[in-house]
Design a protein around this ligand. Structure first.
Ligand SMILES: [Zn+2]
Ligand SMILES: [Zn+2]
Length: 445
């Protein structure tokens, strides 16, 4: 009897603690969902089979960067059928769909990329790609091995859902299907071609598949989440001579080897340990035989860092190192240094504003994984330099696998992630467009 009474007391205490805790929770975490959530969920589930069918069709017909004609036509047709204002051929094959809500509100944008990779698919999916292309005279398979088919189909799904909720939609939504993410150039080309000349978004959102998380999970990185992807192309020249008479000419292999090692030492001795930096000389070609000192050595490297200032500093140090080593060996050289895709900045405040939505839609904080920054590249960064931007990683690992790898011929995605992406992005846009002006993000940093 006494035990029962104390159990009841404990139960009451737990209930009381629970209600105090929920009263303390921020308003975004309230269990009660806004009424449009239910509609978004129903519409998303209704269109799921259609969107998956489109995804499989795009997957079976992958197209390389700036050749996404078929994919772009699918996107543009779909937008037209939804009644969106459509512009095509932006920055090559880019497509813009404009959806105007009936309520006053901000202009927001969602971006997806459409291009595939020169990889021969090795999955046994019934819709696996059998497409081929010739690159530099060599035949290769083509594959959506980076999930851009999933991004594109989610874009269509969100457009479909929100176009049926126009009466409740504040503001305007821009749906951006970009070419050539893998070349790091599609976003820049679309901007140059005036994708936002008629409508300027206040914020822009995107997904990229995440190959370490299951469907139903998302991943995010506040601040820098992708690196500057710069490169250099170096040729060290020599007269060339017999390998048995090395005093007769400059040895470009020895000079190149000094450069490779000194660059690594430069990072460890000259760069602040807090400034993420990678220099990888991924290409070092020279020579034809054991007894010939070749007339040149070619080195190519990728240089990764965060921020505009840091990439400039690195360039100066690399040019100085290469010049110094070549001069000390009396070697002539040609150096071509290129700034590529800039680092991607995931706006921390914008993230903070949308994460409560992700928590509601995905069903808890444990579904949202904060991660460390990476040194990979993503040309969504060009948009993020113009507008507050957030890219979320969307878990796609199938339940029967531990992980799957993008850019691999065996990459497989769990298609359940598509409806999750559609629901999540639709709710993010609806919720964010309802925030009062004062709570929306106005600066890109
Ligand atoms: Zn990729
Ligand atoms: Zn990708």
């Amino acid at each position: 009897m006494k035990k029962t009474r104390s159990k009841i007391l404990i139960l009451i205490l737990i209930i009381l603690a629970g209600s105090i805790f929920s009263a303390m929770a921020p308003s975004g975490l309230q269990k009660k969902l806004p009424p449009y959530y239910q509609k978004i969920y129903q519409l998303s589930e209704k269109i799921e089979p259609e969107i998956i069918a489109i995804r499989r069709d795009i997957h079976a017909h992958p197209e390389l960067a700036f050749q996404e004609h078929r994919t772009a036509a699918i996107v543009a047709d779909y937008f037209r059928r939804l009644g969106l204002e459509v512009r095509t051929g932006i920055g090559g094959t880019g497509v813009l769909g404009v959806l105007k809500g009936s309520l006053p509100g901000p202009v927001l944008a969602m971006r997806a990329d459409m291009d595939a990779l020169a990889i021969t698919e090795e999955t046994d999916l019934p819709f696996a790609s059998r497409q081929k292309a010739f690159i530099n005279g060599r035949e290769t398979g083509l594959m959506h091995a980076c999930g851009h088919d999933i991004h594109t189909s989610i874009l269509l799904g969100v457009a479909a859902v929100l176009s049926q909720l126009k009466k409740e939609l504040p503001g305007t939504v821009l749906f951006v299907a970009q070419p050539a993410e893998e070349w790091g150039d599609g976003a820049r080309k679309m901007l140059q071609d005036g994708v936002f000349r008629d409508y300027r978004p206040e914020a822009i959102f995107a997904f990229h598949v995440n190959d370490t998380l299951k469907a139903g999970y998302v991943h995010y990185v506040p601040g820098y989440s992708g690196a500057n992807c710069d490169s250099f192309f170096l040729t060290i020249h020599s007269e060339g001579c017999h390998g048995a008479d090395p005093d007769q000419c400059v040895d470009p292999i020895v000079v190149g080897s000094h450069i490779v090692l000194t660059l690594q030492a430069m990072i460890s001795r000259e760069i602040d340990v807090h400034d993420h930096t990678v220099i990888t000389v991924g290409y070092f070609h020279a020579g034809t035989a054991t007894n010939i000192i070749p007339d040149k050595a070619e080195l190519r490297a990728t240089v990764r860092s965060y921020g505009d200032e840091q990439r400039k500093i690195l360039k100066e140090k690399i040019v100085r190192t290469i010049t110094g080593i070549c001069e000390s060996h009396g070697a002539r050289f040609d150096l071509d240094y290129q700034f590529g895709t800039p680092a991607l900045y995931n706006h921390p405040e914008l993230l903070k504003a949308i994460l409560p939505t992700a928590e509601l839609v995905l069903g808890g904080k444990d579904k949202i994984i904060q991660d460390r920054p990476e040194m990979g590249g993503e040309d969504f960064s060009y948009f993020a330099r113009e507008f507050p931007a957030v890219i979320l990683g969307l878990g796609v690992v199938p339940t029967h696998l531990e992980k799957t790898s993008v850019h691999s011929p065996t990459f497989i995605a769990d298609e359940k992630a598509i409806v999750t992406g559609v629901k999540l992005m639709s709710c993010i846009i609806m919720d964010y467009s309802r925030l009062p002006e004062s709570r929306r993000i106005k600066t890109i940093r």
